[in-house]
Design a protein around this ligand. Structure first.
Ligand SMILES: C[S@@+](CC[C@H](N)C(=O)[O-])C[C@H]1O[C@@H](n2cnc3c(N)ncnc32)[C@H](O)[C@@H]1O
Length: 284
């Protein structure tokens, strides 16, 4: 496991084919093709180290879908997806297009610092530019995100926005001041906005699973994105000063499970259950 006080590396300057990237490895876990040999090689090793990794990635992706649908049902139609990754099944703008109320004016902005992720996001949004866009930025710099022209054009910060940090703070170090970064986002979010976070953990994991995922986190040190596992107390502290949306802080398979799990229908939920914390906080 990476050392708590360390910072994650700087944003990649270009497409780096010498080291696997979390964006492209995750695409491989989900069965995508926007990845390179280094990423596939790492993915296969990860799969051997922790055989639940693909199922875990899929169940995280499904949580993202449930949160987006819940936000829409709660009347929020703007989404800022930080660390959005390579477009794959169940993209936020697709869920929004399908589920947003007819008379609403939905907005979606993807933010990632990995070039392949952003390039592919731009391609799939070519015909959606009136309401959706992709931005290359480091989420650890909230001011750069908010000052970006696409964010300014699409997101109206006087209205509630759902900020998504789905399986991404795993790649932000203790030395990167996660609470401070989150606070800088929260200060710009209108009352009623949602902050949705999922994060890898071992708190309730069986001993063998915890050892496997800790070894996998150690392996991520060789990639562009060293990974951090975090305990519930640290995760919970990120929502201080917010109202937790029901059901509060839970393993992500327990967060409003529903019948619309169309993306990956056959997940073994109980097995993956202990490995992720999830919660949505509402800005007061
Ligand atoms: C595991 S993927 C998660 C993708 C998506 N959020 C999901 O859960 O389906 C993590 C993503 O976070 C991005 N990422 C990591 N650190 C970042 C940072 N500091 N700024 C922007 N993106 C970052 C990676 O490039 C990668 O695309």
């Amino acid at each position: 496991m990476s050392v708590q006080g360390e910072q994650a590396p700087k944003a990649p300057r270009d497409v780096d084919l010498t080291k696997p990237s979390s964006a492209r490895i995750y695409d491989w876990y989900l069965g995508g093709t926007n990845n390179y040999a280094v990423d596939r090689h790492f993915g296969k090793q990860a799969d051997e180290q922790f055989p639940l990794i693909k199922t875990l990635a899929m169940s995280n992706r499904q949580w993202l879908g449930r949160v987006v649908r819940a936000a829409l049902a709660a009347g929020i139609t703007q989404f800022l997806d930080l660390g959005s990754g390579v477009p794959t099944v169940g993209n936020v703008h697709e869920i929004v297009a399908e589920h947003a109320p007819e008379d609403s004016d939905p907005r979606v902005v993807y933010v990632d610092y990995e070039h392949v992720a952003v390039a592919h996001s731009e391609v799939i949004l070519q015909d959606e530019s009136e309401w959706a866009g992709a931005v290359r930025a480091d989420l650890r710099d909230p001011e750069a995100v908010f000052n970006d022209a696409t964010v300014q054009r699409l997101v109206d910060l006087s209205k509630p926005v759902c900020v998504l940090l789905v399986s991404v703070l795993n790649f932000v170090g203790g030395g990167d001041d996660v609470p401070g970064v989150l606070n800088r986002y929260r200060q710009r979010m209108a009352p009623g906005s949602w902050l949705a976070i999922s994060h890898i953990t071992t708190d309730d994991a069986p001993e063998d699973g915890a050892a496997q995922i800790s070894a996998l986190a150690e392996s991520y040190r060789k990639t562009q994105n060293p990974a951090w596992l975090r305990p519930r107390a640290e995760f919970a502290s990120w929502f201080d000063g917010m109202d937790l949306v029901e059901p509060g802080i839970v393993h992500l398979t327990d967060w409003r499970p529903d019948e619309v799990e169309a993306v990956f229908p056959d997940l073994e939920k109980e097995e993956v259950r202990p490995f992720y914390w999830s919660a949505v906080g509402q800005v007061r």
